[in-house]
Design a protein around this ligand. Structure first.
Ligand code: 5GP
Ligand code: ZN
Length: 143
């Protein structure tokens, strides 16, 4: 399979690595939103947030929390975004699951998506549609 993050994980492609252990690697994004924009990647290939097993996701999240603190302190950032794009429509361009850590500074925030409004009947409709889907799959959550 042609996957740039698999290639970086196996060292067949180069990257500016800031952290690595047996199962995960973190490196600088080549097209950063801000300097120090970091990607945290499982070495095993999973397409997205829905297909990564929960144990791997927990470990990835734990490492991302640790690295976000390190990035923030190192760059004296005021804050940071943790982002995961899932699917083409959401802006995913590398279909190997990863978290972005984006250091942020006061007044540099240009990423707030446009928002829309609900009528009361619409917000209830969307609540019901999603609740129905949640209860259908609740069994999966409880094992
Ligand atoms: P996505 O759009 O899938 O959420 O994020 C993929 C990210 O990977 C993008 O921000 C893009 O700049 C970065 N990227 C794509 N190819 C490479 C690469 O070869 N090396 C590095 N370091 N980053 C890459
Ligand atoms: Zn991959």
């Amino acid at each position: 399979m042609d996957c740039i993050f698999c290639e970086i994980a196996s060292k067949d492609a180069e990257a500016e690595v800031i952290f690595e252990n047996e199962n995960f690697v973190a490196f600088l994004d080549i097209n950063p939103v801000n300097y120090g924009h970091t990607l945290v990647v499982p070495k095993k290939h999973f397409d997205n947030f829905l297909t990564i097993p929960t144990d791997d996701l927990s470990e990835l999240t734990k490492i991302t929390q640790y690295l976000a603190g390190a990035v923030k302190r190192a760059l004296k950032a005021d804050g940071f975004n943790i982002i995961s794009n899932n699917g083409n429509s959401a802006g995913q361009s590398v279909f190997h699951f990863h978290y972005h850590i984006i250091p942020r500074y006061e007044n540099d925030f240009h990423m707030r998506p446009r928002t829309i409004e609900y009528k009361q009947s619409e917000i209830e409709l969307y609540r019901d549609k999603i609740k129905e889907s949640v209860s259908k799959y609740e069994g999966l959550l409880n094992g």
